[in-house]
Design a protein around this ligand. Sequence first.
Ligand code: SF4
Ligand code: SF4
Length: 343
Amino acid sequence: MRLRILPKEEVPRMVQALMADYRVVGPKAKGPKFVFEPITDPSEIRLDYNITILPPKVALQPPQERVARINLEGEVPQPEPLIEAEPTVIFGAHTCDVHALRLLDRAFTADYPDSHYLERRRQTLVISLECLEPCDEHSFCKDMGTLTADEGYDLHLTDIGDAYTVHVGTEAGEAALEKYATTRAATDEDMRRLNEVLSAKWPRFTHRLNFDAAELPSLLATAYDHPIWAELGERCLSCGSCTNVCPTCYCFNMLDTISLTLKEALRIRRWDSCQLDEFARVAGGENFREARAARQRHRFFRKGKWLRERFDTTGCVGCGRCIRACLVNINIVEVFNTIHGSA
Ligand code: SF4
Ligand code: SF4
């Protein structure tokens, strides 16, 4: 793998140059927190962020998008696909979010390839950032194996003090680096600093699961009737915040809006949440996951068992966003540890 050195003072120039050809989506401050949003000035990028409220998937699967325009004027409605994609750079994604993007790539490719997601993905460069410290006390990326990434990015930055090392992950990344950044070759001193930084980071991250995450599928297989689901069902508010902030949740709903002239309709796709009461309501009014306890169980099974079995990668990347977002302190680490403790 090719390694280059990007001096920190070159980063704003690189972002500015990228902005000429791409929508650059990066971490920005929003009050005391951070969000992934389009950058309008390179000074907005905060590579010192800890965690963003929403993950960078917003650049690939926006909360709401138009997927088709339907002409209603003829005898039979005529749908015309709308694919709203533009060249985009996701700049500064942490490694847990890189793992989550890999899962989304698999989910939107398997069975029914999603042309909307895949076209945006085709036009997107991922420039990721090695995490050197935990975001906060809720991170459990070390347990989930997402503390570092060796694929899933085009370029990967590691802070070595006054510069970043840049691992080139793809040919597209290499071409972008040559076109948009001023870098230099790595020296022996750069390699020494990189090794020092990487070996110093691991002890800063602690394990928070009381067991190996690889056991989650078999552990959950024995926990379908565990009393914890009823307890969580009593506490849960069904607000959907935990799934809205999750980088590996990708469920959506479709709805049609008809113009006032009745000549045209737009088909809209919006994020959905398995924690909402109406998520599993089907024709005839039947709701096959009506109880909050069943919806909670579904979320934890999906994160710990089903996604892993389906896509051969972790369904939860340990970012801790759902823990921070939950108003009643439902904590995925505590849930998994409780189940493990009673197994
Ligand atoms: S389940 Fe929670 S900790 Fe896991 S990836 Fe989703 S938001 Fe992050
Ligand atoms: S954020 Fe908490 S209260 Fe809201 S749906 Fe998720 S688990 Fe329930």
